[in-house]
Structures are given as C-alpha cells and as structure tokens.
Design a protein around this ligand. Structure first.
Ligand code: ADP
Length: 157
C-alpha cells in the first residue's frame, strides 16, 4: 500500500492545492493532506479552520484523509507509514526552495522520497498569499478557491 503525505500551510486551501491532491489521489493508494502548525507564524486562519475547509472541499476523494501536525514532516510521515511526500511546483521560483527542502528531508531520512506534481495551467499561478492580498483589497477570489473557502471568507469579511 503506497501512502503519501501532502504537507503544507494551506492557509487557505486553493484550487491549485486541490488539483495537486486529486492527481496524487489517482497515483497513490492513500493520501494524507496534512496542515503544518508553524510555531513562529500565527497564520491567517487557525489550523483547525484550515482542516475543516479542506474536509469540506474534498468530499469527492475517498482515499484522502485530512490532518494537522507539529514537528518534522519526515517524523509525521514515518508515524503514518508513508514513504512519499507530495509537493507542488508552480514556477522556476518554487524550484530552489523545494529542491532544498526535499534534499534536507532525504538527508534526515532516506526512506522518505519527495514526488513533485504540477497542476493544470489554469491553476498554476494560484497561491494562498495572492488570495489573501486580493481578499484584503475586496477583489473576487471565487475563481481561485473551492466553494467552501469562498463562502467562509466572504462571511468572515
Ligand atoms: P508551504 O507553506 O509548505 O509552501 P503551501 O500551502 O503554500 O505550503 O503549499 C503547499 C505545497 O503546494 C507547496 O509544495 C506548493 O509549492 C504547492 N502549491 C501551492 N499552490 C500551488 C499551485 N497553484 N500549483 C502547484 N503547486 C502548488
């Protein structure tokens, strides 16, 4: 059984994240999308809310679980018997950071491999930080985020 972890901030989850997740769910037997607690950064939405919004957005994916974790991603992966980490690549600008992260993780634990996926072109440019900026300036984010996120953020304003 091939279990993959898709770790990230997902603050908030976007259609880009969901496209990566859908591809991963087609390739692997089970995928755990795991929201990382970042001790230093408070974040835009609380981790529990991010988890709730992901759950509301993935009802069509039955081999996907949603969770949150603290600490090292490789420790979390090993605890869940996962040997694959999924990360997404948008542009060359992501590459350097993602490469360093995957090499650090494999230096810490060579059993856990990182697999990079890309999205459909129409979701490629989407990022959580741009969404927060559009929202802060009263722009329309409906094209970029799943319905549950759009509804929650519209109410929250
Ligand atoms: P992190 O803070 O760990 O980078 P993010 O929630 O920003 O968490 O992203 C999680 C992963 O999803 C990262 O590998 C990121 O590059 C990828 N990702 C985010 N948006 C997209 C997108 N639109 N297309 C492809 N990959 C994406």
């Amino acid at each position: 059984m091939k279990i993959a972890i898709y770790p990230g901030s997902f603050d908030p989850v976007t259609k880009g994240h969901l496209d990566i997740l859908q591809n991963a769910a087609e390739i692997f037997d089970k995928v755990i999308i795991a929201v990382a607690h970042n001790g230093e950064k408070k974040g835009f939405l609380p981790v529990e809310k991010r988890v709730e919004l992901i759950k509301a957005s993935i009802k069509n994916l039955n081999n996907v679980e949603v969770d949150a974790f603290e600490g090292l991603t490789i420790d979390y992966a090993q605890k869940h018997r996962a040997e694959i980490l999924i990360r997404g690549l948008r542009a060359v600008s992501d590459f350097e950071y993602e490469m360093q992260l995957s090499q650090t993780n494999s230096a810490l634990c060579d059993k856990v491999k990182t697999v990079f996926l890309t999205t459909k072109p129409e979701y490629n440019f989407i990022s959580s930080s741009t969404i927060k900026e559009i929202l802060a300036n009263n722009g329309d984010i409906s094209k970029f985020v799943p319905d549950a996120v759009y509804e929650y953020l519209s109410r929250k304003k």
